[in-house]
Design a binder for this molecule. Sequence first.
Ligand SMILES: NC(=O)c1ccc[n+]([C@@H]2O[C@H](COP(=O)([O-])OP(=O)(O)OC[C@H]3O[C@@H](n4cnc5c(N)ncnc54)[C@H](OP(=O)(O)O)[C@@H]3O)[C@@H](O)[C@H]2O)c1
Length: 243
Amino acid sequence: MSKSLLVIGGSSEIAHSFIKMAALKDYNITITCRNEETLNKTCSDFYKDCGRIINGVVLDLTDSEKVATFFDDREIPDVLFIAAGTLGDVNVCHYELKNQLEIINVNYTAIATLLASVTDKYKAKGDGHIVVISSVAGDRGYYSNYVYCSAKAAISTYLSGLRAVLYPHGVNVLDIKCGLVETKLNAHRKKPKLLTASPDYVGMQIFASMQKRHTIVYTPLIWYFIMGFVKMIPEFIFKKLKF
Ligand SMILES: NC(=O)c1ccc[n+]([C@@H]2O[C@H](COP(=O)([O-])OP(=O)(O)OC[C@H]3O[C@@H](n4cnc5c(N)ncnc54)[C@H](OP(=O)(O)O)[C@@H]3O)[C@@H](O)[C@H]2O)c1
């Protein structure tokens, strides 16, 4: 029987190649998008690309009531892949209150809520994979976007505890510490070419890491070393760096 995959944030460019890999392995695929229009476009683009029909559900992660009840009448999938994330409104200061709340909600609160609603179900199921895209930004708080950094740090910490809870039940929890990737999320930013990966490469890496039941993965790997260095910078120097 085919395994099932549910992708939260199905229009993510990084998720696209992950979904393609899953289609090749004959997964039964469902995605969520934040509105009907994106959902229809994403499903029809995927059909044009891969000739596979995928199922779709609308889920806006800022709708806390829908998020809390999303799994009430839904079976949990063999693979739950949470790709959704946001930098908020990049034309507004990141700690402007409304913007800050959206960044924290989408990147942390909504995801933690979804995970809380499936934890007991995965315990009972006794197998499966939970894969969440966090970020290397969660390893330290930067001058320019520390709200996003703090939400990613929070979700990675949540995943660490959840992994310990689900490990004895045969469920693997994979935290993807993603480096710079060329997607619409950060299209507004100038990025160093050498350090910016393609979404296809990163999506494939995530799929391979899930199959190997890895737990924390820096992708591309170079970010493991970069962040090792960044984490060592003493705070009295770090506080003077404006990036
Ligand atoms: N690109 C990078 O350099 C980078 C680096 C580190 C971590 N990441 C993380 O990687 C993940 C995927 O991002 P990406 O690079 O593939 O960018 P992306 O293509 O913009 O994907 C972000 C996804 O999150 C969805 N999303 C945003 N707000 C939402 C909301 N309120 N409700 C539901 N879905 C919402 C987006 O939906 P729409 O299509 O409707 O906007 C989209 O599907 C994110 O968690 C991001 O934080 C990316």
